[in-house]
Design a protein around this ligand. Structure first.
Ligand SMILES: Cc1cc2nc3c(=O)[nH]c(=O)nc-3n(C[C@H](O)[C@H](O)[C@H](O)COP(=O)(O)OP(=O)(O)OC[C@H]3O[C@@H](n4cnc5c(N)ncnc54)[C@H](O)[C@@H]3O)c2cc1C
Length: 391
């Protein structure tokens, strides 16, 4: 199929590019208070601004805050956001994962209640899937929800819950039938994080930040109306979320590659720019080829979306290759920077505001979040290549 832009699409792209050139967000790379506003407040404002300009969730139905546009327009906006090097949005997990899940499985009331506030960043969400003992083997989860009249009573614990400390709501998985086979007794709930009985404990990571948390539930009451899909059929709903999660996490590392090239042009060894060094030239060229291969792969995903073909293992391939390539780039950056690579955010001598050490730590996490590389490889081998199941 022809994926070149037609005249209207080119005009649309130019409008987006022009808008981004005049509306860059201020100081979103700084975590503290700037101009009397916290990072969360500033990040919410940036998301709202993008939404009001018409550049978020373009393909969602109009009645829930979208514009019912074709996937090509969404791809143009994503490409321009990447090109402009502007920060991502604070509600990207809900926009990318929960929104499409609710559009597929939610009741009319749930769609009208939750979808618009996801877009305006009035409600920030976290994902409550993983538990101690239920990560790769997610279906072993044990957080229990028992029906009591019109409410579920939830008890148990989640872990690695990104952003739980700033979230208003959680989309999570709970066990509603402990006697059924493990994939059959799970339900998908929307949980208000302000509910009595919820305790959120941030986990300090090896980079010193605390972006994810443990979440404890002690007799937390959740209205039955917050059940998505059928009771005990949450595994199907969870899978819809996971397909969209892999799409989201498999986005192109082009922007990181551009930054890496900029850095390589500036750094010198023995008086020679790293871009002229035999070893680095070779490595950078290899990565550029892989970035281009990922771009072509993303066109395949776009073509699937335009033709409404369900995503198969292609999304997993994007997640696996994208996150591993991201990690290779971070590793190369650390080698190029030498001692400077150890300096983090806020260190006066750090290059590029200390972004490289954060990128390095983050690149390891990316290969875990949304399912580890080993798990992606297992599933690609089994479902994509028809190989025997791993034991
Ligand atoms: C940055 C980050 C953010 C996260 N955010 C969230 C979040 O918001 N919400 C949430 O619910 N979860 C979140 N997670 C958790 C993430 O989904 C899990 O870490 C992941 O699924 C792996 O589970 P685990 O950590 O329990 O590792 P385990 O499942 O214990 O795996 C340990 C190791 O064993 C390997 N392994 C396990 N089983 C197999 C197998 N069958 N074959 C081969 N190798 C295997 C794994 O690949 C891994 O290397 C996040 C994780 C990270 C790192």
């Amino acid at each position: 199929m022809d994926l070149n832009l037609n005249a209207q699409e080119e005009a649309f792209r130019d409008r987006v590019r022009d808008w981004l050139a005049h509306n860059r967000p201020v100081a979103l790379h700084q975590r503290g208070v700037v101009d009397g506003k916290t990072w969360v407040q500033r990040a919410k404002e940036w998301q709202r601004k993008l939404y009001e300009a018409g550049y978020l969730a373009l393909s969602w139905p109009k009645e829930y805050g979208g514009q019912a546009l074709d996937p090509m327009r969404q791809a143009i906006v994503s490409e321009e956001l990447m090109r402009a090097n502007v920060p991502g949005v604070i509600g990207s997990n809900a926009i990318s994962m929960l929104g499409p899940t609710l559009i597929t499985w939610g009741t009319e009331e749930q769609k009208r209640r939750y979808l618009p506030k996801i877009l305006t960043a009035e409600e920030i969400w976290c994902q409550g899937y993983s538990e101690p003992g239920a990560g790769s083997d997610l279906a072993s989860l044990r957080t229990r929800a028992e029906l009591d009249g019109d409410e579920f009573v939830v008890n148990g614990q989640k872990v690695w819950t990104s952003g739980a400390h700033i979230a208003d709501m959680m989309f999570g998985l709970v066990r509603t039938n402990p006697d059924a086979p493990k994939h059959k007794g799970i339900s998908y709930l929307l949980i208000d994080m302000k509910s009595p009985g919820i305790t959120v404990r941030p986990l300090v990571q090896m980079n010193g930040e605390a972006d994810f948390c443990e979440v404890f539930f002690d007799n937390v009451r959740v209205p039955r109306a917050n059940l998505v899909g059928e009771l005990n059929e949450g595994w199907k709903v969870a899978n819809t979320t996971m397909v969209h999660e892999r799409n989201w996490l498999g986005s192109s590392p082009q922007r990181l590659f551009d930054k890496l090239m900029e850095r390589a042009r500036d750094l010198r060894r023995g008086g020679i720019a790293l871009t002229s060094h035999q070893l680095y030239r070779h490595r950078l060229a290899e990565m550029q080829i892989d970035v281009e291969a990922m771009r072509l792969h993303s066109l395949r995903l776009l073509s699937n979306a335009i033709h409404k073909r369900p995503g198969g293992v292609e999304n997993m391939v994007a997640k696996l290759v994208g996150t591993e390539l991201h990690h290779r780039m971070a590793l190369t950056a650390m080698e190029m920077l030498g001692d400077y690579g150890t300096l983090g955010r806020g260190e006066p001598s750090a290059l590029d505001r200390g972004v490289w050490s954060a990128t390095w730590f983050g690149s390891i996490a990316r290969m875990f979040g949304g399912g580890t590389s080993e798990i992606q490889k297992n599933v690609i081998a089994e479902r994509g290549l028809g190989m025997p199941r791993s034991r």
